[in-house]
Design a protein around this ligand. Sequence first.
Ligand code: GDP
Length: 333
Amino acid sequence: MNSRVVALSGGVGGAKLVQGLSQLLDGAALTAIVNTGDDFEHLGLRISPDIDSVVYALAGLDDPERGWGRCGESWTFMAALKALGGPTWFALGDGDLALHVERTRRMAEGATLGEVTQQLARALGVRARVVPMSDDPVRTRVITDEGELGFQDYFVNRRCAPRIRSLRFEGADRARAHPEALEALSAPDLRLVIVCPSNPFVSIEPILAVPGMRAALESARAPVIAVTPIIGGRAVKGPAAKMLAELGLAVSARAVARHYSGLIDAFVLDRIDEQEPAADAPAGMRLVYADTLMRDRDDRRRLAAEVLSLAEPLATEAVSAHTHGARRPDPRR
Ligand code: GDP
């Protein structure tokens, strides 16, 4: 049976499912392609929040309470910075800071983001591959009713308060998809591609904006499944629901499913959203229901197992649906 699994991920929500997958899959079988649109330079440091969330989760170092950064952090640096009158709007724990300093140092010596990510993940005992969507800089810019803002300015400094009008991904048109990401998506033994329960607009969209990435998903020889980030009309965390509303879409899991229309074969909704018949699914897409809230490691593993179990039936279905206008006539062609 095909063995490789690729997950497209942002930070918090994505990292939880990637960690669940890592409980079930061999390290070499799992590749996470991670959004870098949230990356920024702060205090002279290179910060990659989504990559770090995924790496910390895989290393068992994430803080499930806070949802970002490392567990068991100390905050000596922040307190000292505050006493000096330095900027404190972006919180950096001491252990987290060490990672940013080390990343910045290695990149100043010429290493790529992908190389540094690989080295740091290995040093923390991570066996899965964590790959940035690109080694080239892509920066998510949020166009709001208060003007254009950098992503972290909008997200952390302004706490997502300004109303969103649109988004743009600066540098995406010139960015080269990470070769390991493209290699994983075109692997002959690819079993499944999972679009994690991440924010569709600021975590998944930047990945798809990198030239070649969307096409690689479309031609992948395996089913593509997305997991809802919206449960019962609300985001578990973060601005996904607010963004859906401000972008003029319904605030529902089905609206996210429609957003991914043409890209995915199946969409996993939460059981609490099971009220409407599955026949309501966008064309060429199957709706599946599961318990999608990941409160702890067991939830992550259980959801990962449910998603993985869909790979084979979907691949079989796609072959038999050849003449019925499925998203991709034969994913195993
Ligand atoms: P960010 O880059 O740190 O914002 O992280 P992501 O985009 O990966 O994750 C944010 C999204 O994950 C939000 O839209 C949340 O609603 C969703 N999310 C977080 N935790 C869970 C969970 O346990 N289950 C599901 N289904 N979605 C979740």
